[in-house]
Design a protein around this ligand. Sequence first.
Ligand SMILES: C[S@@+](CC[C@H](N)C(=O)[O-])C[C@H]1O[C@@H](n2cnc3c(N)ncnc32)[C@H](O)[C@@H]1O
Length: 170
Amino acid sequence: MENKEVYPNPQKDMKILDAGAGTGGIGEMLKARGYTNIDALDISQEMLNLAAAKNLYKNLICAPLKDTHMEEIETAEYDTVLCAGTIVYGQVKPGAIEQCARFVKPGGLFIFSIRVDSFDPVGLGFSEKCQELEKSGKWSLVWKEKRELHATPNEERLRYCYLITYKILK
Ligand SMILES: C[S@@+](CC[C@H](N)C(=O)[O-])C[C@H]1O[C@@H](n2cnc3c(N)ncnc32)[C@H](O)[C@@H]1O
């Protein structure tokens, strides 16, 4: 699928949240593509300090993604929320996905990666939460693909993750 089909006419100054930003890998990719209005959220101030040194982000928000109302972020504050390598069983609860959806304006996107072994098993709650939000009309699935996951360059174990994009409807 072409990017222009997923998000027609993206503005380079649209407001983006990089949730679980770490040291800013996603921010670097966005900056290289010309995006200028990006905030970073991470549970770790140390990670945010490293990201800050790269001058990628407008605002740095030190807070955990959680499954209850996150006062740090307004409803519909962002055009797009990205979350790479952060939503994992044992680290972030499934309800945090609903918070991320809340941060996005109707018409905007929530794009996240999640390990297959967190998403697929029934009972962990991640796929169930995504289906629940689809059934309630909160969002619709735009794109889901399975990719090899390389957490480190020389990793020998072959693991997989999904890259999933939802469009926020309301
Ligand atoms: C594997 S790194 C990914 C960093 C970056 N997104 C990337 O793709 O390069 C995961 C990040 O999630 C952050 N993190 C872990 N649990 C979190 C939580 N509950 N809320 C917010 N950030 C969290 C960690 O501090 C770390 O920076």
